[in-house]
Ligand binder design. Structure first.
Ligand code: G3H
Ligand code: 13P
Ligand code: ZN
Length: 309
């Protein structure tokens, strides 16, 4: 089974009112933990790679690791570029074997976002690769870029319709109150579901994408803090809100921070409890298992994507 695009996954997710998880990958243990969970859960799966991950691990290493995962698991996996900031990185990933790319023109004015997205769509579609774009702006931290809450803007439903029509994009990331990283809300978590419902009604049969969708599960924050972490005040999107989003045309839910927390909590705990150990396999094995457990939980209880293959 070769890598697949997200087209069929999204069609089934839209009809079944659930979402496919898109998990960020940076190294072998993360890929193995995620893929073994997807196999156990018989869930569709998107593995996504950010510019930072490409810089850290190198495109070809990640590509080969994902190819190994496809071969070993036999699963239909979509390999996606997360937050491509310009045409060049999208082209490099299309040419380099990815089956899906995101062009994130959300920091540009509307017309410029349309222009850059159209250019990527034209190039990618010619090569059988699908494209996600973003309209509206999330707060939080991606790579080295920090977007302050005051610079975040929610997606305008009329603009979303015009954007999709004029770009021919395959899916659209929208801003309704989620944000990247571990500090999503200062007070009570709130998402603009009325806006989501409106966008979804105005774009029937069209897959929407929710970024910044980690839950920042308190047990993992506590575990990190117990072993020397400093994550006071971390707060994410409650799981019931994510389940609800799946009912309104959200077919892809992005999760990175929860994987980071699970892995880091595990490594911190292991090293604190085994101060004499220095074999990386000893602390990466439970960390890989922590990724597996987190992803299996997401698929079963949050995305509702288990047994959908
Ligand atoms: O949205 C951003 C993802 O969490 C990836 O983060 O750019 O630090 O790899 P990164
Ligand atoms: P989190 O930081 O909430 O995990 O979001 C990840 C994301 O949106 C990647 O594009
Ligand atoms: Zn994102």
């Amino acid at each position: 089974m070769p890598l697949v695009t997200s087209t069929e996954m999204f069609k089934k997710a839209y009809e079944g009112k659930y979402a496919v998880g898109a998990f960020n990958v940076n190294n072998m243990e993360i890929i193995q933990g995620i893929v073994s969970a997807a196999k156990q859960e018989q869930s569709p799966l998107i593995l996504q790679v950010s510019a930072g991950a490409r810089k850290y691990a190198n495109h070809i290493y990640l590509m080969k690791l994902v190819e190994a995962a496809v071969e070993e698991s036999g699963l239909p996996i979509c390999l996606h570029l997360d937050h491509g900031e310009d045409f060049e990185i999208c082209k490099a990933c299309v040419d380099g074997g990815f089956t899906s790319v995101m062009i994130d023109g959300s920091k540009h004015p509307f017309e410029e976002n349309i222009e850059i997205t159209r250019r990527v769509v034209e190039y990618a579609h010619n090569k059988g690769v699908v494209v996600e774009a973003e309209l509206g702006r999330l707060a939080g931290v991606e790579d080295a870029v920090k977007v302050n809450t005051k610079d975040a803007t929610y997606t305008d439903p009329d603009q979303a319709v015009e954007f999709v029509e004029r770009t021919g994009v395959d899916s659209l990331a929208i801003a309704i109150g989620t944000s990247h990283g571990a500090y999503k809300f200062k007070g009570k978590p709130e998402l603009d579901f009325a806006r989501l419902e409106k966008i979804s009604n105005m774009l029937p049969n069209f897959p929407l994408v929710l970024h910044g969708a980690s839950t920042v599960i308190p047990a993992f924050v506590e575990e990190c803090n117990k072993y020397g972490g400093q994550l006071d005040g971390a707060q994410g999107v409650p799981e019931d809100m994510l389940l609800k989003a799946g009912k309104y045309g959200v077919c892809k839910i992005n999760i990175d921070t929860d994987l980071r927390l699970a892995m880091t909590a595990s490594v911190r705990k292991y090293l604190a409890e085994h101060p004499a150990d220095f074999d990386p396999r000893q602390y990466l094995k439970p960390a890989r298992q922590a990724i597996h457990d987190m992803v299996a939980h997401k698929m079963r209880d949050v995305l509702n994507s288990s047994n959908r293959l």
